[in-house]
Ligand binder design. Sequence first.
Ligand code: ATP
Ligand code: MG
Length: 312
Amino acid sequence: MFHVKHPESPTATGFYDDTPLARELADLVSRRRALETADVVLPEGTRIITISNQKGGVGKTTTTVNFAAALASVGARVLVIDLDPQGNASTALGIPHSADTPSVYDVIIEGAPLDGVVQQSPESKKLTCAPSTIHLAGAEIELVSQVAREHRLRTAIEAYLDTVEKKPHFVLIDCPPSLGLLTINAFTAAHEVLIPIQCEYYALEGLSQLLGSVGMIQTHLNPSLRVSTIVLTMYDGRTRLSQQVAEEVRSHFPGEVLDTVIPRSVRVSEAPSFGQTVIAYDGQSAGAVAYREAAVELLRRGAQPAATDRRD
Ligand code: ATP
Ligand code: MG
């Protein structure tokens, strides 16, 4: 006679308690609980953060929209500026961005006020987005002949913050995968650069070029810009490669890399096809929990003065 364990309540018997999956689930449950009681303090001013990496497909847009939604879920007002002609951030936030939609293109090229293009995401009252449209694809070329071509986004954001009644706690700028004039506009407008790094082969390739560009912007256009945060994305704990990449990045940037790593997760990749962030799509999933933890870390780290700001 066989003794059959009930498959739907494996941990009730302790039978599966020691499997990796059971450990992972138990860990997720305790992390969700910790998030429910996490203390968060919103910034007094507006933190302007550009999410950049000239490598394509490393998780810039996913990181932008999920940080935005996670921050909004703890009460922060967040404005996402979609600076990529692909419009993926607009899509993920459920914001219409057909060719005739007033967009970031009108702001940067035509000098339209940012206030006139900002839309509220259906996900949260706290979450707004300045969408991109396909017109932005031509902006790199059109910007070349414009006056103050590197400062146009900065000027628009400053005017917006001066006039808007409730200032956002965060402005997050989603950059295209290039170091062209659109990304330079983002670097000129921001206080902080957040770099997502995919835990894959060649993760660090191109990073010195990115840091070189940030250095040039600091010298010529925006002395207060700093790389404040690095986020490891698409981490697969089962592979030695992901662990090696994470260790290597941490050894190069011990102060910047968030403790939280974003796991590779099907829920994260499915969410945009529903016009949602993973926070709205499946807020209890491992990917959503990781982005919520990362957002709490971002808030906490911002509360500490940067080493260069400290006065002894
Ligand atoms: P681009 O350079 O084209 O703008 P990107 O850097 O913005 O790309 P994303 O669009 O965010 O990168 O992500 C690239 C792909 O990887 C997308 O299909 C996205 O759904 C998927 N992806 C991102 N993060 C994760 C994750 N944690 N788990 C699973 N899939 C992910
Ligand atoms: Mg993108």
